[in-house]
Design a protein around this ligand. Structure first.
Ligand SMILES: [Zn+2]
Length: 416
């Protein structure tokens, strides 16, 4: 039975050239006494935009591990797969993020709802979850609502899980169930019964990714009520603890946070709460490495800076089209985007400081950063012109990627 480990960190790499730099950052953290498992995650959408296939991510991970003589475990995550996309990942992935968000709220049969409620009878009344201050009032009506929202989604998770079990053999892969790409967050009590549904259907999830309160915009910090987030996060952890014992789920089941990259202000909150309860955590990042490639190109100056400016120009001119698929997860004020003419006059420093995620830097512009975040298709369409530059300036870019993951992410997240 393979295990993910207590702490794991998901790195995404659109152009599959930064695997070694990413792994270097994780090794540095592990040298400080941590044991963080690296996971290379890539969604189907990213593969399509960039023109890569799942085998490319596997190759990148294996090569990085070999080159750095890394001896720990590592995984390749088929991120946000569904029944239509899972098959092409079967061979090369050993971590599967089963995305059932689009099945939330789909109607199930009265029979299924009734039998679910029947199976929850013993929880009706005041349910006290150890560690949570107040008892939760469980009513039949609440159970009915929860069944209405999540029963079909859990059924879908089960179908994909069953398929994977058949293809890969039970215990040979890590299963995550994700519901984060939706508008309304799932409450801790909803999470409790989602976990029951998964357990009832034999889905041995190791990580679960609910939607939390607040905005998880791409590439920029968390926007929302930090206290509310802390409360929800802690209650979710306690709910998982209870669900593991009560429903017989794997005892290493942990929360997965799909960060949308750089949620720096909630990192110390999560760090404190997992330490308090001695729990594990999985955090996914994806676009932050691509942004470091563009930063690194600007730092390189000359032809590198020229390419960085060209990416901005093309992104700016195509911003509506590029932003459309990400409308729910970005907040860009077009009035605060610099003009192409202005950017063309910028120095290396000015460009890098505007893009780099250092929130209190006077040049930092989250509008600029979010636009570049969603614009990796622009670089993909530049083909070799872009990737040749990545290779030419590999040292500078690799240093940016490593520094970003180690200094800005891992240090904050694991209190190094
Ligand atoms: Zn996600």
């Amino acid at each position: 039975m393979i295990k993910l480990g207590k702490f794991s960190f998901g790195v995404g790499d659109r152009f599959t050239l930064q695997g070694k730099a990413q792994l270097r950052a994780i090794i540095r953290a592990n040298e400080k006494g941590l044991e963080i498992t690296p996971v290379w995650n890539k969604s189907n959408r990213e593969h399509i935009y960039v023109g890569t296939v799942p085998a490319d991510t596997r190759k990148e991970a294996d090569e990085a591990v070999k080159a750095l003589n890394y001896k720990g475990k590592y995984f390749v995550d088929a991120d946000h797969i569904n029944m239509n996309t899972v098959s092409k990942y079967v061979e090369t992935s050993d971590f599967f993020t089963i995305d059932v968000a689009s099945f939330i709220g789909k109607e199930s049969s009265k029979e299924d709802v009734d039998s679910f409620i029947e199976s929850c009878k013993k929880y009706i009344g005041q349910l006290q979850i150890p560690g949570i201050e107040y008892p939760i009032n469980i009513t039949k009506k609440l159970l009915q609502e929860i069944a209405g929202k999540f029963l079909v989604a859990s059924q879908q998770a089960s179908e994909i899980y069953t398929y994977l079990k058949k293809e890969k053999g039970e215990g040979n892969f890590i299963t995550e169930v994700s519901m984060d790409e939706v508008e309304s967050p799932q409450s801790p009590v909803e999470l409790l019964f989602i976990l029951k549904m998964l357990a009832d259907r034999g889905v041995h999830a190791r990580t679960i990714a609910p939607k939390f309160t607040g905005r998880f915009n791409k590439g920029v910090d968390y926007a929302g009520d930090l206290e509310q987030f802390a409360k929800e996060f802690e209650e979710d952890i306690l709910v998982i603890d209870y669900a593991v014992k009560e429903f017989g789920l794997p005892d290493d089941l942990k929360l997965s946070i799909h960060s949308g990259s750089d949620k720096f202000s909630i990192y110390p909150i999560m760090s404190k709460i997992i330490a308090k309860h001695d729990k594990g955590l999985h955090v996914k990042t994806a676009g932050t490495t691509w942004l470091e490639e563009v930063t690194g190109l600007s730092v390189a100056g000359g032809d590198g800076l020229r390419i960085a400016k060209k990416i901005y120009k093309n992104s700016y001119n195509r911003r509506e089209e590029l932003c459309a698929p990400y409308a729910d997860v970005i907040d860009i004020d077009p009035a605060l985007l610099p003009s192409v003419k202005d950017v063309n006059g910028w120095s290396s420093d000015k460009f890098a400081n505007t893009l780099r995620h250092i929130p209190d830097h006077p040049d930092y512009n989250p509008n600029f950063r979010q636009l570049i975040h969603v614009a990796y298709a622009v670089a993909a369409q530049m083909g070799d012109e872009y990737t040749d530059m990545l290779i030419k300036h590999a040292d500078i870019i690799g240093a940016c990627v490593e520094e970003n993951i180690y200094e800005r992410h891992l240090k904050r997240l694991f209190n190094i």
